[in-house]
Design a protein around this ligand. Structure first.
Ligand SMILES: Cc1ncc(COP(=O)(O)O)c(C=O)c1O
Length: 398
């Protein structure tokens, strides 16, 4: 029998490319044809990285010549700075020397954690709507992804009996994202306590993705790791892509109880080994300055202004509803009242009105009726995009 030279490994059978890519590729094709395309699909802040971080990195590279291998775990000064920040801002206590691992973005932190701690025969509960990396990493690890749907009518908060009902003897981990991508929901203390109770009752690990922790608007933010008794079972993954507008720098981290550390470090060693030394050194210096804190504060205030404007404009759009939206920089809009599902809505909006957004199906089968709007771009772009959305829905809801 002929061998198939190009066949992929079997464990990739169930792994998908990101549907966000599809939208971006089509939007770029249309733009190349000369169409005026407005991008509200992109999950990154349009701000510059705080200048103190940039300058400290340039110094580290040019003056300090920090161009050789750093420790696998990350530069100790940076791990200590992360530990201090987690303690001061989120009351989460992780030791810099033994419980923080610097990774290539939060994406690697997620991959390392899931690969290190789950595998054949394990089930991992993911609350949806959810960022697509979890499900695909779980599949690559050979484990099974069990989805628990959070509903728009509950404001995407947790229903304890629904969560508990998804637990079986094989459940190993629960994944949560707070604030959430794509809904923008900040989980309230009560929701987190419900997750904690289920995790404790069934002795489960919790992967808490807190990459949007700096972005919450007028609501209390609680880190899952700060809840009593949770630090020892929580793997906190986060990074600097969003809070410092550093998406292209590729730097994130895992914070976990020392007993989880070794397996995660093993995966990291063979995945990326370590993150560029000068970036770690620059970040260690630049992240702590008063100017950086002010830059972040200004960015978050601007996001809040945009958020309020988009919500106000959406309230005038027929056929749509939304819930949550008090964190991150996303609004998850249910478009079922227009007569279209999220995928048809997104395709027609792009083709007919030149607005690119992400269909909800990218975040779980239960999200077919939704689309995600990002407000990571200027108020001008958002204003025009929302006007086009309003025109489009008026034609649908006549
Ligand atoms: C919830 C969530 N986690 C992790 C990531 C990955 O972040 P990073 O750029 O640090 O890899 C993203 C990026 O969009 C995200 O939305």
């Amino acid at each position: 029998m002929m061998k198939d030279l190009y066949k992929a490994a079997r464990r990739l059978d169930q792994v998908q490319f990101s549907p966000v890519r599809k939208v971006l590729e089509r939007a770029n094709e249309l733009a190349a044809e000369g169409r005026d395309i407005l991008h509200v699909e992109i999950g990154e802040p349009d701000f510059d990285t705080p200048s103190d971080i940039v300058e400290a990195t340039v110094q580290a590279l040019c003056v300090g010549k920090k161009t050789h291998y750093p420790p696998n775990r990350g530069v100790l000064r940076l791990r200590n700075a992360i530990s201090d920040m987690l303690k001061e801002q989120y009351q989460a206590e992780y030791d810099g020397a033994s419980e923080i691992l610097v990774t290539c973005g939060a994406a690697e932190a997620i991959f390392d954690t899931i690969t290190a701690l789950t595998g054949d025969g394990d089930e991992v509960i993911v609350m949806t709507p959810a960022y697509m990396n979890y499900e695909n990493c779980i599949r690559m690890a050979g484990a099974e992804c069990v989805k628990v749907e959070l509903s728009e009518s509950d404001g995407y908060q947790v229903n304890k009996s629904v969560l508990a009902a998804a637990v079986t003897k094989r459940t190993r981990m629960i994944v949560l994202t707070n604030p959430n991508n794509p809904t923008g929901t900040v989980m309230n203390r009560e929701s987190l306590q419900k997750i904690a109770a289920v995790a404790k009752a069934h002795d489960l690990i919790v992967l808490s993705d807190e990459i949007y922790a700096a972005m919450h608007y007028g609501v209390e933010y609680v880190s899952f790791a700060s809840l009593p008794g949770m630090k020892e079972r929580t793997i906190l993954v986060s990074g600097f892509s969003k809070c410092f507008a550093m998406t292209g720098w590729r730097i994130g981290y895992v914070a976990c109880d020392v007993r989880f550390y070794s397996p995660i470090l093993k995966v990291h060693q063979y995945a990326t080994n370590c993150i560029p030394t000068f970036i770690q050194e620059g970040l260690a210096d630049g992240m702590k300055t008063e100017k950086t804190a002010m830059d972040v504060k200004a960015m978050v205030l601007t996001f809040d202004e945009r958020r309020r404007m988009v919500l106000e404009m959406l309230s005038q759009v027929p056929g749509v509803t939304c819930s949550g939206a008090d964190g991150a920089f996303y609004i998850f809009v249910n478009v079922s009242g227009t007569g279209l599902d999220g995928t048809e809505f997104a395709e027609r909006l792009l083709e007919e009105h030149g607005v690119a957004l992400v269909p909800g199906a990218a975040f779980g089968e239960s999200c077919q009726n939704c689309v995600r709007i990002s407000y990571g771009m200027s108020i001008d772009v958002l204003d025009q995009a929302l006007q086009r959305i309003r025109e489009f829905t008026r034609t649908l809801c006549k």
